[in-house]
Design a protein around this ligand. Structure first.
Ligand code: NAD
Length: 254
């Protein structure tokens, strides 16, 4: 129960990676607030977490809307008295060739995956500074923010921005004992990957990933528990790639 008495906000936790992280943090004793655009999903997923006596919450948020995020933080302060951990995870997928990206789709991607992550991180960090007891912020970036990938222009640019923002947050928030890191997942078995990857893409990924398979949401969750716990207290401004070796693999020939 490493996270006993900690309150953790998981955005986009109704399903996929966010739900797996919520389950893992709850198993370690944290009280979880799942906040998602899909409020019914958030409530259902919150009701399925371990330690139901901790009164996990499922709340509505649109991370791209500052008013909605402010209301969420007010509700958390009212119901939980504050928070200790942010898993900044909500996001959308996207796979469009550079020459075909429409401006409105580019703007939607940036507004959710980068601006949305910024809005949530800033609101939570301000709350943590006011509380004066430090905290943990974990941004969910992506390997697509580190390497050129077919069709990943808008998505990758947003995630690259988030990775850089994390470093700046780490530099500026250390004085408040707020520990900030990224997790960069590789290809993970969720609805997002299922929608984005056709069978040929999937085969190519399985070939290029040294471990020969997609990762599981639970494997991202294990990394998130580490970065949420005191064991990672001197890991700061870091991007932890959880990708089966994909980032480090060279050409897989010869
Ligand atoms: P998912 O589509 O299964 O879940 C995303 C969740 O975010 C959904 O519950 C959705 O309702 C919520 N959401 C979307 N827009 C929102 C908004 N504006 N406000 C609040 N909630 C919103 O996706 P996932 O695969 O679990 O991905 C989670 C995170 O991990 C994302 O940031 C994604 O970019 C990142 N990621 C995923 C993969 C992968 O292979 N699945 C790889 C790298 C990074």
């Amino acid at each position: 129960m490493r996270l006993n008495k900690k309150v953790a906000l998981v955005t986009g936790g109704a399903r996929g990676i966010g739900f797996a992280i919520s389950k893992a943090l709850a198993r370690d004793g944290a009280r979880i607030v799942i906040a998602d655009l899909n409020v019914d999903g958030a409530k259902t997923s919150a009701s399925m977490l371990e330690n139901a006596s901790r009164e996990h919450l499922g709340l509505k948020v649109d991370v791209a809307n500052q008013e909605s995020v402010t209301e969420l933080l007010d509700e958390i302060v009212q119901q939980c008295g504050g928070l200790d951990i942010l898993i900044n995870n909500a996001g959308i997928g996207g796979n469009t060739p550079f020459l075909d990206i429409k401006l409105e789709d580019w703007q939607r991607m940036i507004s959710i995956n980068l601006t949305g992550a910024f809005i949530v991180a800033q609101a939570v960090a301000r709350q943590m500074v006011n509380q004066g007891r430090g905290g943990k912020i974990i941004n969910i970036a992506s390997l697509s923010g580190q390497r050129g990938g077919n069709g990943r222009g808008a998505y990758g640019a947003a995630k690259a921005g988030l990775e850089l923002l994390t470093k700046v947050m780490a530099v500026e928030l250390a004085q408040h004992r707020i520990n900030v890191n990224n997790i960069a997942p590789g290809a993970i078995e969720t609805e997002m990957a299922k929608t984005a990857h056709d069978p040929a893409t999937r085969k190519a990924y399985e070939y290029l990933i040294p471990m020969g398979r997609y990762g599981l949401p639970e494997e991202i969750a294990d990394a998130a528990v580490f970065l949420s716990s005191d064991e990672s207290r001197y890991v700061h401004g870091h991007t932890l790639n959880v990708d089966g070796g994909f980032r480090e693999a060279g050409l897989m020939f010869g």
